[in-house]
Design a protein around this ligand. Structure first.
Ligand code: ZN
Length: 134
């Protein structure tokens, strides 16, 4: 009887069960278990790792000062452009946007505590009314 073209991998998995994947042509093992494919596997893993690596600024990129709304605008402008150029992963940009929002909330809170004139005016109007024009 002619040998089947689709024979199964002869290797056993870590849990002791048979691999069961299709063996490579001319081999008794699948791609993942064939000792002759070890180098190819490493290369594929390395390529996959590089492809999945998140784009970030270099580790020695200078810190940015983010203390007020003007700083936040500068940071977000820079981050938007870095994202557009592919220098920063959109997931990193998303985190920057989220943290910038927290900075804005914190500075608004700090202005409240230091008695910013805008807040005092806001309180005089009952705290829930916008200033009337004229
Ligand atoms: Zn296998």
């Amino acid at each position: 009887m002619k040998q089947s073209a689709k024979k199964s991998c002869a290797a056993t998995k870590g849990n002791g069960t048979a691999c069961g994947a299709a063996a490579l042509p001319g081999s008794q093992f699948c791609f993942f278990h064939d000792p002759a494919k070890a180098a190819a596997r490493r290369q594929a893993q390395s390529a996959g790792g590089l492809a999945n690596r998140m784009a970030t600024l270099p580790a020695d990129a200078p810190d940015v000062k983010v203390e007020d709304a003007a700083d936040v605008v500068k940071l977000l402008s820079a981050t938007i452009n870095q994202t557009r150029r592919g220098e920063v992963d959109p997931r990193v940009a998303n985190a920057v946007g989220y943290l910038a929002n927290i900075v804005l909330a914190a500075t608004a809170s700090a202005n409240w505590k230091t008695g910013s004139p805008n807040w005092k005016r806001w309180l005089k109007t009952g705290g829930n009314q916008r200033e009337r024009a004229g």
